[in-house]
Design a protein around this ligand. Structure first.
Ligand code: GDP
Length: 326
């Protein structure tokens, strides 16, 4: 059963902050199917870390609805290399947009967090109530603290000013527009690229970081966008809502699945000098499911689609080489 709609997006002026990123562009694709008026900001037109510029933008274009998807994002290596940028940029972006949205009288705002906000040792699957009940995972605490600040801002503005701001935290995302740079990417695009390149080079093996034992849950970014629009329509409350697929797999299992999709038959070598990060991170999405939203896509279908989408972004010589091997 689906909860009744509490907010009608029809005819509303909607701004997706971070519309050029992976999450933001998925939200734009999804919102183009709605009868709302999408406000577009040219790439890098405004530095969202700049409070005055952000405030002027929001006051001049007067959105009624904001999806706050702008963030500095990256995988386990990027977090370790750039702690100041992960903390400062994400705190500033969240604070500037949420405060300006309040001042401009924005009707609804959805802040996008991440499941890395939860304590490292939280009971699995992780319920929303686990927030701030224990120490964070060290490998991404900079990003996590900024995301906690963001969702607390949404709660605080709701509590103090009655602003209708909500938050959700998606699990590990993948899909079109992902970052395939091996120094800063997350595991799924990294393995897709490394396994694709190993296949092309006819290598006998490829390297996976860590032990392969950590468990991760993955959600296609188009499913997240659908859930975010659903929450905008159906949910108002202080509790930040988990958005997961319930599809959990070990890193070794993911590497095997991607090898099957790509057609790589070589050996997987585990580089134990690389960090594993958190042992397991599975969101309990029963609150979202009870509101009436559930992810339907299988991880294998999502990975196949993502591989096809990524190949389509490559020069044609590399693509045809890869396509022959499928
Ligand atoms: P996390 O979910 O925040 O820990 O970030 P990542 O997506 O970067 O990493 C998830 C897990 O995948 C960690 O245990 C990594 O060590 C492991 N992993 C295995 N191979 C790779 C790789 O090539 N790149 C990345 N980023 N992670 C990898």
């Amino acid at each position: 059963m689906t909860e009744p709609e509490i907010y009608d997006l029809n005819g509303k002026r909607v701004w997706v902050a971070g519309e050029h990123g992976m999450v933001g562009s998925a939200l734009v694709r999804r919102l183009q199917r709605e009868h709302c008026s999408l406000l577009r900001m040219p790439r890098r037109a405004i530095d969202l870390r700049d409070q005055a510029a952000t405030s002027i933008w929001i006051k001049s274009c007067k959105p009624q609805v904001i999806f706050l998807a702008a963030a500095r994002v990256g995988g386990i290596a990027a977090n370790a290399a750039m702690p100041a940028q992960f903390l400062y940029d994400n705190v500033m972006i969240a604070a500037n947009i949420i405060h300006a949205a309040h001042e401009a009288g924005v009707e609804r705002l959805l802040f996008l967090g991440s499941t890395c906000i939860y304590p490292r040792d939280a009971a699995q699957p992780i319920r929303e109530e686990a927030l701030l009940t224990g120490p964070l995972e060290k490998t991404n605490e900079w990003y996590a603290i900024a995301k906690i600040a963001g969702l607390k801002l949404a709660q605080a503005y709701r509590r103090q000013y009655g602003a209708d701001f909500i938050s959700c935290q998606p699990t590990n995302l993948y899909g079109p527009g992902d970052n395939y740079d091996l120094d800063s990417s997350h595991v799924l695009p990294a393995l897709l690229r490394k396994i694709h390149e190993a296949k092309q080079a006819q290598a006998g093996s490829m390297t996976v970081w860590g032990t392969g034992r950590p468990m991760r849950e993955f959600l296609h970014v188009d499913d997240l966008a659908d859930a975010a629009v659903f929450l905008m329509r159906h949910y108002a409350g202080e509790m930040p809502i988990n958005v997961g697929s319930g599809q959990e797999i070990s890193i070794a299992g993911l590497a095997r699945l991607i090898s099957t999709v790509v057609g790589f038959e070589g050996e997987l070598v585990f580089d134990r000098t690389r960090p594993d990060g958190t042992a397991r991170k599975l969101a309990n999405s029963s609150r979202l499911n009870a509101l009436g939203w559930k992810s339907a896509r299988s991880l294998e279908d999502g990975v196949r689609q993502t591989y096809t989408d990524w190949l389509a972004t490559m020069p044609s010589d590399e693509r045809s080489n890869a396509a022959r091997t499928e």
